[in-house]
Design a protein around this ligand. Structure first.
Ligand code: ZN
Length: 656
């Protein structure tokens, strides 16, 4: 563990809260310390209240932000004395405790304070940092964890046995701190949860965190994880069908479409292939708040029915134990371990799948390390259930807001680097889908840097490359729900008498053949789409109203139109719907170079400006207009419509 404190960088964060922000970001930047919203930090600041009286305010990280990117406004200011005084109460229900926590805020506009705020309040130091460091979790999640921690740290830390988060944990800490905390205490280790460090400056608190974790790492160095054998899969073996059917089963269990991200790298395969995986992976998470991301245990293999039944009966049993009426969360796993697939991370969105995958990757390393040390032993299932169904943990998930239209669904767009294709990608992303964009232009790979987009360089005239693109789609997101066929070329204006055979064939290959092949190959995936597959085809006004000088384009689009109609007939019984859009005169696309635009305008005896708005309504049609219609055609508005052909052209006299 390296101390990353940089005096120059730190100077750019002025003030006590600024220093806390900087230390928070350093903590958040190291996944071996905290992951995705885990951990929290605080600083105690003396200020005057509205009456001009002195008051110490605890600025503690609020819910909903991530340490790696937190800003000053992500901290919740709460009255320190009030929080401390609460621990003098004998009991406090979750509802009362939450009410007091929220009520102690001095800024109604600030985010809700972290549920661990009271532990920050109880520690006297000015700066307090809390992490879920892998090394400490690997040690404390063993049967002899408490003794090992004592061996490593002696009296430098206060050890807190596992306690239910919220008021019970705060109460327990208050008692332990009163008895054991001294001027020489360097930190607090919460068994099977994490650790706290502190200091009078942010730098000292951070240095102490690095020091404490380094001591745990040094201890673990004597217990290396043995390199178990691993069988790497044949990279040529296609997985897309298997993944799509697994995704369908998982989505059916969840009652909503899910994203699946496959990790078949060596560390994941090695863990998934361990002879003892069925035992070590079923113990529980390394720290309780991971349960909302990964569930208590992953699914081993692909028997979704069995996993679901086990989860449901576990829920019933635990609900009876608590004596409370609870609403069951969806029973689909969030992590799947399979000897052939490695780890499959599951989420309601691509981002959720990324988070589950990142957390479980660390969990696997922690389990392997704990097993090498002694044996991995997580907190008992009942405690993890209580954390999973604790209303404050669930509230973290609902902070994410309402579910978008295409949440958990996957779209693929051809010709996606520019124009209508790029706009289609944006329209699908805006509706919550994960999107794969195909284009021959290598810029597609960098089009959007976000977890729900995959850009694939692909020549659509190559059958091999199209199949490879579908394979990558399934590995990245789990399957395919929506296909938008957009790639096409518009060759230079030419009469039939002058049409070179090669140009005719090339136009047909790109505008027609490639789409037939992609549809054929995508059919089996679309059939497995949880909400049934959808295809939107970017046609052309030329289909109902061809023009002279554009025979190759017009004929290819007309044939594509017929392809769509036949597909609608053949695929209707699979619930797949195919609808076409006929745009006209969309000029912000790659097809329309200035040259082509001027030639076409001249052909009709118009200026370029007149040509652009040459329709019944005299309005310009943009890529975005077309893309929004294509996206809506994949949505519930068109749920009962297939084989439709909708113009998006401002009205065309020849068509009307
Ligand atoms: Zn924690």
């Amino acid at each position: 563990m390296q101390n990353q404190w940089n005096t120059e960088d730190a100077a750019r964060f002025p003030g006590d809260l600024g220093q806390c922000v900087y230390a928070s970001r350093l903590l958040g930047a190291d996944p071996a310390l905290v992951l995705h919203g885990g951990g929290n930090t605080s600083v105690k600041i003396a200020q005057t209240n509205i009456f001009g009286e002195p008051e110490t305010v605890l600025y503690v990280k609020g819910s909903g932000s991530d340490l790696a990117t937190v800003e000053a406004k992500g901290f919740a200011p709460v009255r320190l004395d009030h929080l401390r005084r609460l621990t003098t109460l004998e009991t406090l229900s979750d509802t009362e405790w939450l009410n007091e926590l929220r009520g102690s805020a001095i800024n109604a506009a600030a985010p809700p304070a972290s549920v661990e705020a009271m532990l920050h309040a109880l520690l006297p130091a000015k700066y307090v940092l809390h992490s879920h460091a892998d090394a400490v979790l690997a040690i404390t999640n063993t049967p002899g964890g408490a003794e090992r921690i004592r061996t490593i740290y002696g009296d430098d830390v206060v050890i807190v046995p596992y306690e239910r988060p919220g008021f019970p944990l705060a109460k327990r800490c208050a008692a332990l701190f009163a008895a054991e905390l001294s001027a020489r205490t360097a930190g607090v280790v919460l068994l099977r949860h994490g650790l706290f460090s502190f200091g009078e400056t942010a730098e000292a608190a951070y240095a102490s965190m690095i020091d404490l974790v380094s001591r745990a790492e040094a201890y673990l160095a004597a217990y290396p994880v043995p390199a178990a054998p691993v069988t790497l899969p044949d990279p040529q073996r296609p997985l897309r069908q298997e993944l799509a059917s697994l995704r369908r089963a998982l989505s059916d269990a969840a009652g909503a479409p899910l994203i699946l991200t496959t990790h078949d790298d060596e560390p994941c395969l090695r863990f998934a292939q361990r002879a003892d995986v069925g035992m070590i992976s079923q113990q529980g998470p390394a720290t309780p708040d991971h349960v909302i991301r990964t569930k208590r245990a992953p699914m081993i293999g692909r028997d979704v029915t069995a996993f679901r039944a086990a989860y449901e009966s576990f829920f019933q049993e635990q609900q009876a134990r608590t004596g409370r009426q609870l609403t069951m969360l969806d029973p689909a796993p969030r992590v799947v371990l399979d000897p052939d697939l490695g780890m499959v991370a599951v989420g309601r969105s691509a981002q959720d799948a990324v988070i589950a995958g990142d957390i479980y990757r660390h969990t696997m390393a922690i389990i392997a390390q704990a097993s090498a040390l002694e044996a991995y032993q997580a907190q008992p299932a009942a405690d993890i259930f209580d954390a999973e169904y604790w209303e404050l943990e669930q509230a973290k998930l609902t902070l994410q807001g309402r579910t978008p239209m295409f949440a958990g669904e996957i779209g693929l767009v051809t010709g996606a680097a520019s124009g209508i294709g790029k706009a289609c990608v944006e329209s699908l992303l805006a509706r919550g889908a994960a999107v794969v964009g195909l284009d021959i232009n290598p810029a597609i790979e960098q089009l959007f840097d976000r977890p729900d987009f995959l850009g694939v360089r692909c020549d659509v005239t190559s059958e091999e490359q199209l199949i490879a693109a579908l394979e990558r789609t399934a590995r990245a997101f789990g399957g395919l729900d929506m296909l938008i066929l957009n790639a096409g070329i518009f060759p230079p204006s030419r009469r039939i008498a002058d049409m070179p055979t090669a140009e005719w064939r090339r136009t047909m290959t790109i505008n027609l053949d490639a789409n037939m092949i992609l549809m054929r190959e995508a059919h089996a995936l679309l059939k497995h789409a949880p909400r049934r597959g959808r295809v939107a085809i970017i046609g052309s006004k030329n289909v109902p109203a061809p023009g002279p000088g554009a025979v190759a384009y017009s004929a290819s689009k007309a044939a594509l139109n017929q392809l769509a109609r036949v597909a609608a007939l053949e695929w209707g019984q699979d619930g797949i719907r195919i609808n076409s859009l006929h745009p006209n005169a969309v000029f912000d696309t790659g097809l329309w170079t200035d040259e082509v635009l001027q030639a076409r305008a001249k052909h009709y005896g118009l200026t370029v400006e007149q040509y652009k708005t040459n329709n019944v309504m005299q309005i310009e049609v943009t890529s975005r207009d077309v893309a929004e219609l294509a996206a809506e055609m994949c949505g519930p508005l068109f749920a009962k419509t297939t084989a439709s052909q909708v113009p998006v052209d401002g009205g065309n006299e020849r068509v009307i």
